[in-house]
Design a protein around this ligand. Structure first.
Ligand SMILES: [Zn+2]
Length: 411
């Protein structure tokens, strides 16, 4: 039995390696695939036959002959299947029909209407059911992939902790899987974004990569030595609840001075409103009307880029607090790249520059020297690219590590 298991594993791994090669380097010939991966032509031929049969790969013309027949080229077919991506935030649920290159076919956004707990889950199932009916060809749907903030155990499919949406130890993956009879994935949102940067973004070859989201909360997705760090319960990267002030305000988590309470958008927005009420002269007041008593992150960034004094001052404050948290991340994980995500970072070059400068002052020189700090490369559909990445990464074993080859030869 053991031998059969090993053989099946090798076949699956080889199939993943071959699919990955075609996806990244196609159009490509069978012999080139064999050469690049040091696999036998027979292995490649049979795996490719399966991949063509399943619709993941197609033949796409012929290449240049190196003596003999012109080789038939193969390419990845991202549109013969689709997946359903779901992102649950505090204010909205986004559902999309996505191809296998993380391109969106159809997308719908629904407000969460303040629902929490069981009510929210039932609402989600209803929305998904309506969305699912939009297409007839369910046979080619490879699964549902859900991302959400908080502590998520991806392996067991449990949302352990999301205090805003009042979710505690909820078996969300199984509920959805049971309801739709479709394979379902569940992960933390920032883990999804770091996987997306690794699979589809600018940072595919980076070995040590950290994605930090600054939004309604603050979280980090950590890739160390090409592996996503999850921790025992999925709690790796709870950066928002690391303390930057031992005598700071008590946080909902029990700790004092949690980073989240200084740099999340609600925290920043409160500080801005307080200054406005104190009579600070700023163009930010222009965004307030009788019906709108808040400022959005995009409006804030616009004010920064137009040189508004208060907006600039607040940006430096955010950078100061953030650097106090991120310096610990750098000293713990020694990343090569840190990516900042969230609306307040989008187009906000001043924030990045200010953060770089403050980190330079606080970080061990050796660790700061080649550290690159930048904003997300995923574009405005980052949530859905993230959701797609969670499923695609797991199902097709897209290359996170360079260990495939070692594993293959050692077996
Ligand atoms: Zn906390």
């Amino acid at each position: 039995m053991k031998r059969t298991g090993d053989l099946k594993l090798i076949q699956e791994l080889n199939r993943s390696i071959i699919l990955e090669t075609i996806r990244k380097h196609g159009p490509i010939s069978r012999s080139e695939i064999a050469k690049q991966n040091e696999l036998s032509p027979t292995t490649v031929t049979s795996a490719v036959a399966e991949l063509i049969n399943d619709g993941y790969v197609s033949e796409s013309g012929t290449g240049i002959s190196r003596g003999g027949r012109r080789p038939i080229l193969l390419e990845f077919s991202p549109n013969n299947h689709y997946l359903i991506g779901v992102s649950i935030s505090y204010t909205k649920i986004t559902i999309a029909d996505i191809n296998l290159e993380a391109k969106i076919n159809i997308k719908k956004i629904y407000p969460t209407k303040g629902y929490t707990g069981v009510t929210l889950i039932n609402y989600l199932l209803q929305l998904l059911e309506d969305f699912y009916k939009l297409r007839q060809d369910h046979r080619i749907c490879i699964g549902i992939s859900i991302i959400i903030q908080g502590i998520v155990d991806a392996k067991k499919g449990i949302v352990h902790y999301n205090p805003v949406l009042l979710l505690e130890d909820v078996y969300l993956r199984d509920s959805v899987e049971y309801h739709f009879r479709l394979p379902t994935w569940l992960d933390n949102d920032t883990n999804a974004y770091v996987l997306a940067e690794k699979n589809f973004g600018r940072f595919q070859d980076i070995e040590n990569l950290i994605y930090i989201t600054i939004g309604e909360g603050v979280g980090a997705g950590v890739i160390a030595n090409h592996h996503l760090c999850r921790g025992e319960k999925g709690g790796t990267g709870e950066l928002g609840h690391t303390s930057i002030d031992v005598s700071g305000k008590v946080c909902g988590c029990g700790n004092r001075g949690c980073l989240e309470n200084y740099v999340s958008w609600p925290a920043t927005s409160n500080r801005i409103m307080k200054r406005i009420l104190e009579g600070c002269d700023t163009q930010l007041t222009d965004y307030l009307t009788n019906n709108k008593d808040f400022i959005t992150p995009a409006e804030f960034v616009e004010a920064v880029n137009e040189g508004d004094g208060l907006a600039i001052e607040v940006t430096h404050e955010i950078a100061e607090y953030l650097s106090a948290g991120i310096v610990n991340v750098v000293h713990l994980f020694n990343p090569q790249v840190i990516i900042l995500g969230g609306d307040v970072t989008n187009q906000n070059q001043l924030l990045i520059e200010s953060l770089r400068e403050k980190l330079r002052q606080k970080t061990l020189k050796t660790l700061y020297k080649d550290l690159y700090i930048t904003t997300s490369s995923l574009g405005k559909e980052f949530e859905m690219v993230g959701a797609a990445s969670v499923l695609l990464q797991d199902k097709f074993q897209f290359k996170l590590t360079h260990d495939h080859h070692r594993l293959k030869t050692s077996l």
